[in-house]
Ligand binder design. Sequence first.
Ligand code: SF4
Length: 358
Amino acid sequence: MSALAPRRRTRRVSYGGIFVGGGAPITIQSMTTAPTADAGRATREIRSLARAGCELVRVAVKDGADLAALPAVAARSPIPVIADVHFDYRLAVGAARAGAAGLRINPGNIGSDDRVRRVVDAAAAASIPIRIGVNAGSLERDLRALGRSDPARALFESARRARILVEGMGFRDLVFSLKSADPLATVEANRMFAAENDCPLHVGVTEAGPALSGAAKSAVALAMLLSEGVGDTVRVSLSGNPVREVTVAAAVLSALGLRPDIPRIVSCPTCGRSWIDVARLAERLEREIMGTRSGVTIAVMGCEVNGPGEARDADIGIAGSRGGAVLFRRGKIIKRLGGDFAPEFLREVRNLMREKKK
Ligand code: SF4
């Protein structure tokens, strides 16, 4: 029996051919940190995110300069680009016309119902979805008191209102997110929202914090929701380089068995028996392999005493030994590698990934 509940049934939307909801694989998304107006930098950042395994990317469209650069960024991006717009509905309308694969707006700051309607009309004309992203820090004025006493309920009420408003306009290509910096409030708000409609959910903890504590907070909320079947696309928000967000999100989905195509890296913590620099090799693998969809399990172990045995389920692995390392597959030693063995090991890993693809 699976430790996870069946996934919640949701409607399906398409971001330029990448589906969210309706049983599609749970996608990983992130957001650029470069100003979109700097199209060169934004594009380079998107390419690194895509190499790390990011499947949808959001860019900030905060003014006319960002909007002017959006067509170039969207055209050069290897993955669908979603325009993130706050305050000015005209930028959202412009982004829909400029080639964005989707829009993200916040009902707390986009303005009157009429302005929302203009955005909805533009998205409908471009056949793109809208994510309505509700954040605890930017609730509508009349929900702020509730936000202090019952943050989950306030997030839910805000999302519910926006859903009723936009669905009342005849628009159904909606994704919702309900986020707080508090993982448990985030979980509770998403549970309430998931129980009352079939809109796909983008799940994550907002402003989770610096890399390590932020990753832990995000993993807590994501694991709780995803194990209940709630969540169709994920974002891990961390201060700093967004490539790490993608790696953390991939590790969470892989750990829950929700994306068997994402590689798994097993590495030991090392101890006084270790012969090799496990951390360096494991981190190199993480950088080079986690973004692939090869579904391999790779082990990096410090010594041959426990190495192969501890990684019996790995497709391929390495264990340090005096003067080098041993290479093993499925817990059986295949050969000995000497000297600087990292390049040869990486070649073996790539060969295995190619074999698996065939
Ligand atoms: S595999 Fe070897 S080096 Fe790594 S923790 Fe176990 S005993 Fe220590």
